[in-house]
Structure formats: structure tokens, C-alpha cells
Ligand binder design. Sequence first.
Ligand SMILES: *Cc1c(COP(=O)(O)O)cnc(C)c1O
Length: 393
Amino acid sequence: MRADKAPLMKRLATALDQRRKASLYRSRRVVSSPQLPEMEVDGRRLLAFCSNDYLGLANHPEVVRALQQGATDNGVGSGAAHLITGHTRSHHALEEELAAFTRRPRALLFSTGYMANLGVVTALLGRGDRLFADRLNHASLLDAGLLSRAKMMRYRHADLDSLRSRLQLDGGGRALIATDGVFSMDGDLAPLPSLADLAASHDAWLMVDDAHGLGVLGREGGGSLSHYGLGEEQVPILMGTLSKGFGTHGAFVAGSEALIETLIQHARSYIYTTAPPAALAEATRVSLRIARQESWRRERLKQLVERFRRSAGELGLPLTDSQTPIQPILAGSARQALDWSRRLETQGILVSAIRPPTVPEGSARLRITFSANHSDRHLQRLLDALSGLSKGA
Ligand SMILES: *Cc1c(COP(=O)(O)O)cnc(C)c1O
């Protein structure tokens, strides 16, 4: 029987309705200001604690100027994929600077972190291979695993025994262990030195997605690897995004000559997409330089996190043990998280409620993120509003 359009749309509407009733409905807000602590959102001025612009570079005047100059020199569109005529000297220079920054022979730009993860995993693994993934890895690593057709072995979060027991199961082919460096919804660090040991003893590659570590942790913002003092030998595949700590857009993978050449040949999310604008690469070259040089931005973040944790702890708020600028406050149910978020918003403070399936069932939360641009007064306003929550006011 031919499917009728009306019943199909009605089914979608019913499913959306159920989602709303379960407090899981998501909607967008319209922002009409740059990424700054004080933003204009849906026509209201709100103090925001949900951006990943950790170092406060998304709206930095020098970065903005580099983008403008880049557009003047190169136009806007890059016109073609990297393998056709889209790969400009701006992209090339940025790749060399990212390679130097990560102390690896090569780096390769991708349009987004999502695409970088899809590209790496599908280029390296296929049917008959195995992907070992932390259960709390970013959704893009999960999707990458599914797309690769490799056998997916998800281990308990940061649990080495759980990973070890999966590595010991029989299985041929290639083996890749993939983990976030800093977990995006929890803010904790992966146990990278132990993961590197396990990878070495089981003949597996280790890949770290350091979207939330780069720029923020380690000397010159070298990320979670730099925090632990690990190099290419322990972690041969490093993926980083440019849209968080570095405040611009896009992503990269850094590693050996052979790794990068393999990605250029086989990563479909690299090959079959238009190169990002050259002007964007110029803007990122400037933000990378500022991120490396201006360590006061990292110091400021550390200070905000320490002060927040001390005061929030005194208020009795359910903190996790994250030491990074990602500070979740566990609510449990999606309804509770949403209710807290709405109450903060009535006080002019924007903190997003993170609900399943982004986080596991029963672990909905407020996800507070700090930026080097937050002032002490901003922090105090957040704490005042949160103290209202803990009193159930
Ligand atoms: C944000 C994020 C990505 C995706 O990066 P985009 O450039 O936003 O597509 C990948 N991995 C992690 C851990 C992230 O937090």
C-alpha cells in the first residue's frame, strides 16, 4: 500500500510531542551578538556560561582583522576541494604551524571536528577491524565507528580493566583505541598514560580527540598530551578542533607522514568536500599564535575554575571532580536540569541543560563552561543565581 503523506507527518508530530513531554525537546535560540560573556539571545541580554570559546579568542580584534584581510586577499569561497584547487598557501602554512605546535611531522586540516573523526576512523578501519571506544566519547567518534563497519567495542568510562578485557578478546585485523582527551560533557581527563601502555602492549593505535584540551591545558596550550607529557610515540593520532580553544572554526589531525598521506588518499570527509575558506585559515594562524603566547588566558581560566569550585562546594552544589573549564552540575532527570536552566535564565543567566541522549539516562546536568573573558563580577552573579537553586528558591 502506498504510504500516505498525512499519516507520516502526523506520526512525526506525535513523536515530537512525546519528546516535549519527556523534557527532551531541543530548540534553538537566536543570538545577535558576538561570543562574549554578555550576549544578546532571543532579544534579551544574558550572561552566558555555555560557550566553548575558552580562551576568549572568537571575537578577538586581531583574529577578526586577519579574517577580513584574508577575505580581501583570497575572496571568500575556496572554490573546490583540497585535492582540486582549494588548498591555498594559507591552509598550507596553517598546517605547518599546527604540525610544529603539536611537535609532529605533519598536520591536515578538516572542515569540522565531526568530519575529522569520520575521516580518520573510516580511513584507518574497515570490516574485520576493531574500534575500542570510551562510552562517553563524543558522538562523532561513535558515528565514525559505525560508518567504518569495524567491530565496535565500547568500554566503561575511563575504566582500564574494562578496556583490557575487551582488548584480550580474540580478533584479528587492525585495532584502534579512540578517546576524548577531555570529556566534553564531564570535563574530566582520560587516563592517557595508561591507555598508551595498553595500546602498546596490545598492538593497537591510540587516537586522542583533544577538542577541549588544546589551547586550555599544558604548556602553550599543548592540550591533554602536553599535560601528561606524552608525544607521538605514545599517541600516534591526535585530533584537535579549532572552534573551541582557538576560537575560529575547523579541525585538524596531526601525526606521521604516513598517517597524513593515508588520510589524504582515503578520508572521504576530507576528499569529497570543499576546502574551508583561506581567510579562515589566516584567522586561525593568528589565534593559534595568541593562544600559544598568552598564557595568562590559561591562568585566568584556572583561577575562575578554582574560585567557582570552592564557592559552589560551600553552597553544597553537586559538582563532579572536573578540574577543567567544563563544570557540570548533576541534576539527574532531564526535567530537573531543564527546570534549573530555566530558573537561571529568569535571573539573566544562560547555562544549558544537557540531557539524554547527549549524556546517559539519569545523568542530565547543567553544563557550565568558563572563558578567560569572564570577570570576577560575572562569576559572582553565577554563584548568586546558583545559590538560589540550592535553596530550592
Ligand atoms: C566539538 C567536538 C567535536 C566536533 O567538532 P566540530 O568542529 O564542532 O565539528 C568532536 N569531538 C569533541 C570531543 C568535541 O567536543
